[in-house]
Design a protein around this ligand. Structure first.
Ligand code: GDP
Ligand code: MN
Length: 374
């Protein structure tokens, strides 16, 4: 999950990493606007500075104008729904600092450069020697001498401060299961180091461990994107096909087996949609939404669920909730078994929805219904 800058900075603040004071401003809530300030578009893509998504404002009037203009922008196809308005920093130098995973060394990797600012990609391409790369040995951890080497490379004199800063970044990276923490620019001010930008990406597989964090971040992202918010499709794999039997499964293996069975029984699937290993009512709901949005003309919908980690009561809840919001006229064929099977079946029955026990019978019915059979 990629975080907005304001979300990344909230994590920074909590971790003791210095960030400018600031407030989030939206079209409907502009209370946080102040000046002098830096007014910054909140989108998940980078390169906002170059695209006009970051404006420095000296007066409140300038800030209001900047807010209007940025809130009407689209950056790389993403409409701007929120701004981060921050105290302006007095910049003496702009560094680049990041930690991510490196496929080559198969370790976490720190990257640091004194040529921070807007265009680190072109620095990497044209003058790679300006970027220091320091793999972190998983056994030794982040050692003092590596942090000193980074400080030397950047030419930053306050070693103690730099050490503390980098250790906090490293701690955050590990504790929040990040796959990327990037600070560009990390600026030097008269008061020391300051993270002026924050790009944080959390490993989606950490969801079970960091439930609260994911919930908070996702609900903030949903609130921003508004009613038509794209929900978290993180775990859903969707591939459109040409047939008329809509298909949803809760695993890739089950999905592929079912594709074969549909074909064997003379039908054709309209899609391949699998929800990934860990699911919830919301994911079930989103899977149905996705199939019906892309394939409104399917003739039947076949849902094949096997409860392992995921629970059939939650799956049933998602199905019932979706149908409550979007009544459908085509036959629905749901086969469920495994964890919390009885509870799931009860929910389905109470909603007046049939459930199947046998996979072959379910597939046969879905194919028959799609062909117009009763
Ligand atoms: P990005 O272009 O999406 O990476 O957005 P950034 O947050 O990195 O901002 C782009 C550039 O705007 C930075 O590299 C800074 O040069 C400049 N900038 C951002 N905030 C401030 C600020 O408070 N003061 C000054 N002087 N410049 C800023
Ligand atoms: Mn940046």
């Amino acid at each position: 999950m990629k975080l907005y800058e304001f979300q990344g900075k909230a994590l920074f603040r909590e971790a003791g990493i210095p960030v400018p004071k600031g407030a989030v401003v939206t079209a409907s809530n502009r209370e946080g606007l102040f000046a002098p300030s830096a007014v910054k578009a909140q989108v998940l893509s980078g390169g906002r500075g170059k695209a006009g998504g970051v404006v420095l404002a000296d007066t409140l009037d300038d800030a209001a104008k900047a807010a209007d203009s940025i809130l009407s922008m689209e950056l790389k196809g993403e409409p701007v729904k929120a701004l981060l308005v921050e105290e302006k920093a007095n910049i003496m130098a702009e560094y680049y600092l990041a930690v991510t995973f490196d496929g080559e060394s198969r370790t976490p990797l720190f990257m640091a450069s004194a040529a921070g600012g807007m265009d680190i990609e072109s620095v990497a391409e044209h003058t790679p020697e300006k970027i220091m790369k320091l793999p972190v040995d998983p056994l030794w951890g982040l050692t003092d001498y590596k942090i000193r080497a980074m400080a030397d490379f950047l030419g930053y004199e306050d070693r103690r401060e730099f050490d503390g800063f980098v250790r906090k970044v490293w701690k955050l990276f590990r504790e929040k299961d990040a796959v990327l923490v990037e600070i560009n620019p990390l600026v030097v001010t008269d008061k020391g180091l300051l993270a002026l930008d924050a790009k944080v990406e959390i490993d989606d597989d950490a969801k079970p461990r960091l439930k609260q964090l994911f919930e908070t971040m996702l609900s903030e992202q949903r609130a921003l994107a508004g009613a038509e918010a794209e929900a978290d499709h993180g775990t859903i794999t969707y591939v459109p096909l040409d047939g008329s039997v809509g298909l949803i499964s809760d695993g890739a293996g089950t999905g592929m087996l079912t594709l074969d069975l549909i074909r064997d029984m003379g039908g054709d699937a309209a899609d391949f949609c699998e929800m990934g290993g860990l699911t919830s009512p919301e994911v079930m709901y989103d899977a149905m939404k996705q199939v019906f949005a892309d394939k409104p003309d399917i003739k039947s919908l076949l849902v094949v669920l096997i409860g392992g980690f995921n629970r059939m009561d939650e799956m049933a809840e998602g199905i019932v909730r979706y149908l409550g919001d979007h009544p459908v006229s085509i036959p629905l064929v749901v086969r469920l078994c495994g964890t919390m099977e009885e509870e799931g079946k009860t929910i389905m029955k109470e909603a007046g929805l049939p459930v199947y026990d046998d996979l072959r019978t379910a597939v046969a019915d879905a194919v028959r219904f799609a062909a117009g059979g009763e």
